[in-house]
Write a protein that binds this ligand. Structure first.
Ligand code: BGC
Length: 359
């Protein structure tokens, strides 16, 4: 089922709509036309008491007003584009042409520049209003948008499937060669968005290497082994342990804010592969991430602040959530040995990531 309502409006009075997707298992995901934002993700409890009391847990952070989303600098819940993560000094060269894109954070381009996809109004179309609801969001990003070449027609399809997965499919096409690296920036707290630190969550990432960064969060180019470091998350690890470890990369990131290189990644994979997992031990709730993307950023919300206040007047703080952002490696346009983020003119872009919740 899909229902919709007006969530608020922009300064120029354009309405922002909220679409509520509910599957046959009673999970509900609310999505905004602003930024393709996943605003609420309500998971019903599975005990008899939960069922009798309609007990649901909202497992993502979010805000209650459009104004709060426009103030937010943490990309809470949004679709990120054109280029998730950082491009050093906003510079890259494509087919011999140098480009300068918007520099909006620490001298680098972060998440596509100041006016990224997270701040755009997307056009919504209901593709399926049934038991596995499906919503399409479309956007035209003009040639030169934030400095990126080519007019890019982008579409994101959200499907809430019978496995309790939110499948996110990304489609795009550009009129000239460009780089494209979209992601979804949900902040998960599997105990509930107002539950405080996620340090007792267990996390697993199926990756033997990660991309260490310099002080500016730009990859040095090294594909470092995780062995014998706090970055070894190949088995489930309680976040508190590595976060308390001493490691220069954890100091630089103020916690985890790094990209891991997905072991099972192959270019043009037909099916998404298992990339990561998070488990909240009290509820046993598990989030499993599948993707066709080469990298995944684990961000432990190191810089999250209480402003603006979150849903239900919640003051979010550092480590109150974790993000598992599937992506190309950061700064890939400047590192030839990283999997390419280039999108040739006229070529159809497709990638898919699914976040599946059980328990
Ligand atoms: C980045 C962080 C950044 C956060 C919010 C994450 O994807 O890796 O460095 O602070 O997004 O913008």
């Amino acid at each position: 089922m899909i229902t919709s309502n007006v969530f608020g409006s922009l300064a120029d009075d354009q309405p922002v709509y909220q679409y509520s997707l509910t599957n046959a298992r009673g999970t509900q995901v609310d999505i905004l036309t602003l930024g393709g934002i996943v605003r609420r993700w309500l998971v019903p409890g599975d005990t008899a008491t939960d069922k009798a009391t309609d007990n649901v847990t909202d497992i993502v952070l979010g805000f209650d007003t459009v104004e709060a989303y426009l103030e937010d600098q943490a990309y809470v819940g949004a679709v990120v584009g054109r280029y998730a993560n950082r491009i050093a000094r906003g510079k890259f060269t494509l087919q011999g042409t140098p480009y300068q894109v918007d520099v909006n954070q620490g001298g680098n381009c972060l998440h596509g520049g100041q006016d990224g996809f997270n701040r755009r109004l997307w056009q919504a179309t209901i593709l399926d209003g049934g038991d596995e609801p499906q919503l399409a969001l479309s956007l035209i990003s003009p040639d030169g948008d934030q400095g990126f070449p080519g007019e890019l027609t982008a579409k994101v399809i959200y499907t809430l499937n019978a496995q309790n997965g939110l499948k996110i499919e990304y489609f795009a096409q550009s009129t000239s060669a460009t780089v494209f690296n979209p992601t979804q920036h949900s902040y998960f707290n599997l105990e509930g968005h107002q539950s405080g630190p996620v340090t007792q969550h267990q996390v697993q990432i199926f990756a033997s290497r990660f991309t260490p960064t310099d002080e500016n969060a730009i990859p040095t180019g090294e594909l470092a082994s995780v062995t014998d470091t706090p970055f070894d998350l190949r088995e489930l690890v309680t976040l508190a342990t590595p976060l308390a470890a001493t490691h220069p990369q954890l100091t630089i990131g103020n916690g985890f804010d790094h990209n891991w290189c997905v072991d099972a990644y192959q270019p043009n994979m037909p099916q998404p592969t298992l990339v990561a997992k998070a488990v909240e031990p009290k509820s046993g709730r598990t989030l499993t991430v599948y993707s066709t993307m080469p990298g995944i950023q684990l961000y432990t919300a190191n810089y999250l602040s209480a402003h603006p206040l979150g849903k239900e007047q919640t003051a979010y703080g550092a480590n109150h959530a974790l993000c598992l952002e599937t992506q190309c490696y950061p700064a890939a346009p400047n590192q030839e040995h990283f999997p390419s983020a280039e999108l040739p003119a006229g070529e159809a872009y497709y990638s898919v990531t699914e976040y599946r919740v059980t328990g």
